[in-house]
Design a protein around this ligand. Structure first.
Ligand code: FES
Ligand SMILES: [Fe+2]
Length: 408
């Protein structure tokens, strides 16, 4: 073989290296497979029942964050429909957070009906007036002539509660032994040191939609649809995620993080300054809020089972996707920004909030249309592309979690 042949072969090998690999993510995670995903997962009441018993009743679930408290000595209420529970989450005067079943010990009345507020002197039941302290202890039994009864045994029923970076999680499995940090695993490691405490401004939207919770999650867990969905995605967001000439994104990276995952959009040098500006920073060149320390400007973490933590330019958004029935979901969306330092930044935040809302409305309409198609059973399975590896990973994680419960 001549030197020329060697050089030609090297050039060919370099060309092959540079060519996009159409199965890059599947090659990185072959255990995820590449087969179709069944329709039943989204429409079968029996599958939903398994999710209820084997996932939501066992896993750590995010129920709120520091933003839900008005300060020390305050509370918020979280109803979790798939589990049929209402929780009273209390932050005491020392800042310790504890969740209780929001159920009066006398005859089972829902104790607190407000969404949130400062802790009263006693949490008083509106039925007969039994009163509980912020630590759940039963303190007041008006005109009490109760049989077989020692007040100390009849406080509010606590549930396992832990916090991480201001996010409050509960676990309704009384017999569970896994701690929150163990559950978060490599996801917590990958976000260690992130300045969550700088993101103090919050907007919230709750979207009620007739769709399975995984339809909503899957549809957000990819950016393949962004250049196509019209009119708002295409015209407001299309450019923000394009990394090839056709306007489509090639993922910059995808990682499985234990039972969680993260994907990063592809990016180029001017992504952060101009392209995300079309949605996130508004259109004003005067927007100079400090940037967050991100690997690339868009990172979308799926925190198993039903939370998303995403970073986008200088902001963070979270989703909590709440199953309510096999085809009914509340998609809770929270946008977090750094506190604006001047009026222009504030106006731009407001504008970004509205643009984001309109984009997500367009998504929600799509979720409901998907559910109708799935329920028609026109097909008993559907297929995914390599740029939708995140969806495949989520379903694998769900299956593995349920198998774990089956074998417990
Ligand atoms: S049910 Fe609450 S005081 Fe009777
Ligand atoms: Fe979308």
């Amino acid at each position: 073989m001549t030197d020329l042949d060697d050089r030609a072969l090297e050039a060919l090998a370099a060309d092959l290296d540079a060519a996009p690999d159409p199965h890059r993510w599947n090659n990185k995670y072959p255990e995820l497979g590449n087969g179709p995903i069944s329709t039943d997962r989204f429409i079968d009441p029996a599958f939903y029942e398994r999710e209820r018993k084997e996932v939501f009743a066992k896993s750590w679930i995010n129920v709120g964050s520091a933003h839900d408290f008005t300060g020390p000595n305050s509370f918020f209420v979280r109803d979790i429909k798939i589990l049929g529970v209402s929780l009273l989450v209390v932050k005491d005067a020392d800042g310790k957070v504890q969740a209780f079943h929001n159920v009066c010990s006398h005859r089972g009345n829902k104790l607190i009906w407000e969404n949130r507020g400062a802790c009263p002197k006693l949490f008083a039941c509106r039925f007969h007036g039994w009163g509980y302290a912020a630590d759940g202890a039963l303190k007041e039994v008006p005109d009490g002539e109760v049989f077989h009864f020692d007040k100390e045994d009849w406080g509010l029923v606590p549930v396992r509660t832990e916090s991480w970076n201001g996010f409050v999680f509960v676990n309704l499995d009384e017999n569970g032994t896994e701690g929150l940090l163990e559950h978060l695993g490599p996801l917590a490691e990958s976000l260690a040191g992130f300045p969550f405490d700088k993101l103090t401004l919050q907007y919230r939207y709750d979207v009620s939609e007739r769709a399975n919770w995984k339809v909503a999650l899957d549809a957000q867990n990819e950016i393949y649809h962004v250049p196509m969905l019209a009119p708002l995605h295409r015209f407001l967001a299309g450019g923000a995620f394009s990394s090839n000439d056709e306007g489509y994104t090639r993922l910059y990276d995808f990682e499985r993080l234990g039972r969680h995952s993260v994907y990063f959009s592809d990016s180029d040098a001017d992504f952060q300054e101009t392209r995300t500006g079309t949605i996130n920073g508004g259109v004003s060149p005067s927007y100079n809020a400090p940037k967050l320390p991100l690997k690339v400007p868009f990172a979308f973490h799926v925190l198993f089972p039903n939370m998303v933590l995403a970073f986008f330019g200088n902001s963070m958004f979270t989703y909590n996707i709440w199953p309510e029935a096999v085809n009914q979901t509340t998609w809770e969306i929270r946008l977090h920004y750094q506190e604006p330092t001047n009026l222009a930044e504030r106006v731009i935040n407001e504008q970004a909030k509205c643009r984001f809302r309109d984009l997500l409305c367009e998504d929600a309409i799509g979720h409901e249309a998907l559910q109708i198609g799935l329920e028609s059973r026109a097909r008993d399975a559907f297929v995914l592309g390599d740029q939708e590896i995140q969806i495949r990973a989520f379903h694998k994680n769900l299956d593995e979690y349920m198998e774990r419960a089956d074998n417990a």
